[in-house]
Design a protein around this ligand. Sequence first.
Ligand code: FAD
Length: 431
Amino acid sequence: APTLVLFTQDLRVRDHPALTAAIERTRTVVPVFVLDPAVADRSARNRVAHLADALASLRAGLRERGGDLAVLRGDTAEEVSALARAVGADTVHTTAGVTALAARRVGRLRAAGLAVECFPGLTVVPPGEVAPAGGDHYKVFTPYWRAWEAHTWRDPLPAPDRVALPKGVRTGRLPGDDGRGRGALAGELPEGGERAARKRLADWTLHGLADYPDRHDYLAGDATSRLSADLRLGCLSPLETALAADGRPGGSEFVRQLAWRDFHHQVTAAFPAVNVRDYRPRGKEWRRDPDALAAWKEGRTGVPIVDAGMRQLLREGFVHNRARMITAAFLTRTLRVHWREGADHFFENLLDGDVANNYGNWQWVAGTGNDTRPNRSFNPLRQARRFDPDGVYVRRYLPELADLPGARAHTPWREEAPPEGYPPPIADPGH
Ligand code: FAD
């Protein structure tokens, strides 16, 4: 009987332990991905287009090796159980996830009588593999980072030579095959999928990495890797990404960011409610303010550094890390609107939006998570002057401010004749 390989956030053929083990176990394998409304229905079109690219690339990678990818639509557990019955399989291989949804998926497949085996591949170091003495997970980054750095990584796996598919498997359409895919998108969307991602990684290690430590925090500089969406869908193996940078100039700062990613994943594995409940309840009080929330989402709060970040989100499905911190702090600390409102909006629109990183970082900024200084002050205007000193970033996303030169673009309300069509600040952005 063939082995089913259920793909989720691991859309690649290289360094894929679950796939490689399936090929070693049985002569034939059935790779499958399920477009599940429980996940897909909350996604903005940018995200769907990016997923479509990734699935097309995975299917191409499997076909080159004699296999294929079955793309099904519906409830994951039901679809996979039905496929297993149809092809006579009793074993499912999958990459171990960390979310409540992933745990439920595995539980339901097992309840349906399937043997489910979970493999590493989601992170550089699997959640739980480094743990504090006497505890299940690290709650603070710095001690985690020290243990993580000292830990030995597994060896990455090559892509399999051959993936044999049993006869008669119905493979199904990809999203976007109906012509409504990325063609209609106005956004500035990079091509997704394993092939494009590997090229991005190679270009980045060659041309970007060395300057990363000095330049990554500058908003207008675009000096970060932009590999987060490739990592979210697993088009890149996190381990191979870390190995590509490790030991090169700039590499250790970059690898440290990948450790942040691992950190949030091991927190989520231990606390799967991270997207709904305070990780460390601190009794914060929130305000309901639908108008302010709407202004924030649409990028018309009147605070340019906040609005530029929010419009970058809608246009590109991406936001610079510094702008994520500024916009999230403005919502949760200045407007005191609940972190979940902002995090859900990010999650739906970011190409890289994933439960562990998105909600973990939101809770960190909101002061309900694993920040050791939950009440740190965060002044948007000071951040703007420091990380966008010439106003280049805000003018890029706010055409209304095109005529305000230099740092004046950060404080339009101080102009004698404020630019038309741009609102006054809805809250005090500081001095
Ligand atoms: P680089 O600077 O090139 O970093 C390399 C990689 O390290 C990233 O691709 C990412 O995988 C990882 N990384 C970097 N910083 C972090 C971090 N703080 N936490 C976790 N991983 C990190 N990242 C996501 O991948 N998905 C999210 O949904 C997400 N939501 C965020 C929400 C908020 C409020 C904040 C403050 C940060 C969020 N981040 C999220 C983290 C970070 O902003 C992005 O990973 C980063 O901006 C992606 O750009 P890059 O790939 O160019 O990053």
